[in-house]
Write a protein that binds this ligand. Structure first.
Ligand SMILES: Cc1cc2nc3c(=O)[nH]c(=O)nc-3n(C[C@H](O)[C@H](O)[C@H](O)COP(=O)(O)O)c2cc1C
Length: 167
C-alpha cells in the first residue's frame, strides 16, 4: 500500500491498449469506498472511451493533451442536491479521486488528474458538453490507461512542513 502511494505519478504518455472492464469496475468500486461527509457519497462518474469524446474534452480543457494517447477518461462530478453541506462535495470527490488513482496504480494502470473545479467556466463547459443536470458539478477528469513512461519517485518528505501541538 505505501509503495503504491509513493510510486504513483501523473502519467502523460499511454500505450494504445484499452483498459479492461474488470479493472475499470474495480477502480470505480475503490473510488466509491472513500470517506465522505455524513457518508453522503455525492460522487458521480462519467466514463469516456470513445475517441470523439476524448477529443472533445481536449477542446474544453487546456491541459489535457495526454488524452491524445489515453484510451479512457473518467469525469468525476459531485451532486450538490445530496452533499452534506454547501461545497462538501469538493472534499468528498477529492477523497474519491485519490482512492481511484491509487487503485489504478495498484492494478498497473497510470492516471493523470485534470483539474476542473474551481474554474467556474471550465465547470460550466464540462456540464454542458456532457449534458449534466444543474445539480451535478464537474470536479475533475482523470486520464486512465497503461503507462508508456516511467517516472522516478521524487523525495517530498519535508520536516519543515510539520508542526507539533501548536504552530
Ligand atoms: C487539483 C489538481 C489539478 C491538476 N490538473 C492537471 C492538469 O490539468 N493537467 C495535468 O497535466 N496535470 C494536472 N495535475 C497533476 C499535477 O500536475 C501533478 O499531480 C503534480 O505535478 C505532482 O506530480 P505527481 O502526480 O506525478 O506526483 C493536477 C493535479 C491536481 C491535484
Amino acid at each position: 500500500m505505501l509503495d503504491v502511494i509513493y510510486s504513483r505519478r501523473s502519467i502523460r504518455k499511454y500505450q494504445q491498449k484499452p483498459v479492461e472492464d474488470e479493472k475499470l469496475n474495480e477502480i470505480l468500486r475503490a473510488a466509491m469506498y472513500a470517506p465522505s461527509a455524513m457518508n453522503k457519497q455525492p460522487w458521480r462518474f462519467i466514463v469516456c472511451k470513445e475517441r470523439n469524446t476524448l477529443d472533445e474534452i481536449q477542446k474544453i480543457h487546456p491541459y489535457s493533451s495526454m488524452l491524445k494517447t489515453a484510451p479512457c477518461c473518467i469525469i468525476v462530478c459531485g451532486d450538490t442536491d445530496i452533499e452534506y453541506a454547501q461545497g462538501s462535495y469538493i472534499q468528498d470527490c477529492a477523497a474519491s479521486v485519490e482512492n481511484l488513482l491509487l487503485a489504478a496504480k495498484s492494478l498497473g494502470l497510470g492516471t493523470c488528474w485534470l483539474g476542473i473545479y474551481p474554474d467556474k467556466n471550465r465547470q460550466e463547459d464540462f456540464r454542458k458538453t456532457f449534458n449534466m443536470p444543474e445539480n451535478t458539478k464537474p470536479f475533475c477528469a482523470i486520464a486512465l490507461g497503461y503507462p508508456n513512461e516511467e517516472i522516478a519517485t521524487p523525495n517530498r518528505f519535508d520536516k519543515s512542513k510539520i508542526h507539533f501541538e501548536k504552530w
